[in-house]
Design a protein around this ligand. Structure first.
Ligand SMILES: Cc1ncc(COP(=O)(O)O)c(C=O)c1O
Length: 394
C-alpha cells in the first residue's frame, strides 16, 4: 500500500482551526502564512476511516450512538498489540477529548482551589483545564540536561503544597518530544503513592514515537499504583482525527473509576459523538499500515527541520524529538529578545507557531513548530526562517 503524504490539501475556509484561526491565534495575517501551530496534521485520515464515515453519511440517519462494545474491543486490541498493555474493556470510559477528561479528573479528585501538579514547559491546556475547573496549577519545572527533559521529583518533594491532590503527566511529553523511561515513571509513581496523589497520565502521543524510542504506559511501568492511576489516550493525534473529539479514559481500579464517572456524568461528560466513535474504531482496527508509513515520513521532516534550523539560525536549536511531530526550538543562543524572535517568525517568515511562553516557565525563548505537513512545506518554512534570520549568519 502506498500513502501520499506529499499531497497538499487546501484547508482554508473549511473550519480548520489551524488555518481559519491562524490570524487570531498566532498573529500571522499574511495570505501566504504557513500554519505550524495547533497539533493536527495536514494529512487526510486513513482511507478505512473515511470509508466508515462515508457509510454513515450515506445511511443518512445521524442519531444517537449506542453499543460501544466494538469500540472498546478495538482499544483493547490496540493497547495489547502496540503497547503490550492488557486492558479490560470495563476499564474504559469514553470522553469528548482528552482535555475534557483532564477537567473532569481535576474536579473529581481535587476540591475547588486545591492544587494539581504540572511539569512545565507543558501543553498549555493542562494549566487551562485546571483553572477552568477552579483548581490551582502547581508548577514543578522540568530540568533540561544535555538536550533532554527530566522531572525533578526531589524538588517536588521539597515544594509540594499540602493541598496538592492530583498530578498531570504528559507522556510522551509535549512540547519536548520526550519519551519517559520506565524508571522515571516509577519514581513519579512512587512519589504519588507516598504523598497520596492521583496520577493522570495523558498518553495521547503514545503512538507517535520514532524508531529508537519506546513508549511505556505508566500502567505498565508502575502497576503498583493502579489504585491511583488514570490513563487518557485517543486515536486523535495518531490518525489525525482531532475534530472528532473522542478519547478513551482507562482506569483499572473500580473505586477510582466510579469516582471519575460520577464527575463525568455531572456534565454528561462520558457521552459519545457518533462520528468520533466510528472513526476511532475504524482507525484502531484498520489504520496500522497508514501509521507505519506515516512515522518514517514524520521522522524525515523532523530531521530536515532540525538540520535546517541549526544551519540557518546560529544560536537556535531544535530539541531532539523521540516522539510527537512538534519541534521545540530554543532561540536563546541568538541573543535576541523574545519579542524580536516572535516578530521574525510570525512577521518576516510568516509562520504561525505556538509561542514558547504559553507552555509556562522554560518556554520564554522558544517556539513550537508543527511538522506534520508535506515535506515541501517544511522546506519552505526552513527557507523562510533562513531569510528571517539571515543577518545572524554575518
Ligand atoms: C498532551 C495533549 N493532551 C491533549 C491534547 C488534546 O486532546 P483533545 O483534543 O482530545 O482534547 C493535546 C493536543 O495537542 C495534547 O498535546
Amino acid at each position: 500500500m502506498t500513502f501520499d503524504f506529499d499531497r497538499v490539501i487546501d484547508r482554508r475556509g473549511t473550519h480548520a482551526a489551524k488555518y481559519d484561526m491562524m490570524a487570531a491565534r498566532t498573529g500571522v495575517t499574511a495570505p501566504d502564512g504557513i500554519p505550524m501551530w495547533v497539533a493536527d496534521m495536514e494529512f487526510a485520515a486513513p482511507e478505512p476511516v473515511r470509508a466508515r464515515l462515508a457509510r454513515a453519511i450515506e445511511h443518512g440517519v445521524l442519531g444517537y450512538y449506542g453499543d460501544d462494545a466494538g469500540w472498546r474491543a478495538s482499544i483493547v486490541d490496540w493497547m495489547g498489540a502496540r503497547h503490550g498493555w492488557a486492558v479490560d474493556p470495563d476499564w474504559i470510559t469514553p470522553s469528548a477529548g482528552v482535555c475534557a477528561a483532564l477537567g473532569i479528573a481535576a474536579q473529581a479528585f481535587a476540591e475547588p482551589g486545591e492544587g494539581v501538579v504540572i511539569f512545565p514547559p507543558v501543553y498549555h491546556m493542562f494549566a487551562a483545564m485546571i483553572r477552568f475547573a477552579g483548581r490551582r496549577p502547581v508548577e514543578c519545572p522540568l530540568v533540561e540536561t544535555q538536550g533532554r527533559y527530566a522531572m525533578d521529583v526531589d524538588r517536588l518533594a521539597d515544594t509540594l503544597p499540602a493541598d496538592a491532590r492530583v498530578v498531570f503527566l504528559c507522556s510522551p511529553h509535549n512540547p519536548g518530544g520526550t519519551v519517559w523511561r520506565p524508571d522515571e515513571l516509577r519514581a513519579l509513581a512512587a512519589f504519588c503513592a507516598e504523598r497520596g496523589l492521583i496520577l493522570v497520565s495523558d498518553e495521547v502521543w503514545h503512538d507517535l514515537v520514532f524508531d529508537g524510542a519506546r513508549h511505556t504506559p505508566t500502567a505498565i511501568a508502575a502497576p503498583e499504583i493502579a489504585d491511583r492511576l488514570i490513563t487518557c489516550a485517543a486515536p486523535s493525534k495518531t490518525f489525525n482525527l482531532a475534530g472528532g473529539q473522542t478519547a478513551e479514559v482507562i482506569i483499572a481500579d473500580a473505586d477510582l473509576r466510579r469516582r471519575y464517572r460520577a464527575a463525568a456524568n455531572a456534565t454528561h461528560g462520558a457521552s459519545c459523538n457518533l462520528f468520533g466513535m466510528l472513526a476511532a474504531e475504524a482507525a484502531y482496527r484498520e489504520g496500522a499500515p497508514w501509521l507505519g508509513a506515516l512515522l518514517p515520513y514524520l521522522a524525515r521532516n523532523r530531521d530536515l527541520f532540525a538540520a535546517g534550523v541549526a544551519e540557518a539560525i546560529p544560536g537556535a536549536r531544535a530539541m531532539a524529538l523521540d516522539a510527537t511531530y512538534l519541534a521545540w526550538v530554543d532561540f536563546a543562543g541568538t541573543g535576541l529578545s523574545a519579542d524580536e524572535i516572535a516578530a521574525r517568525i510570525t512577521q518576516r517568515a510568516r509562520i504561525g507557531v505556538n509561542a514558547g511562553p504559553s507552555f509556562g516557565p522554560g518556554g520564554e525563548t522558544r517556539a513550537r513548530f508543527n511538522l506534520a505537513c508535506p515535506r515541501a512545506t517544511v522546506e519552505e518554512a526552513v527557507s523562510r526562517l533562513a531569510d528571517a534570520f539571515a543577518d545572524l549568519r554575518g
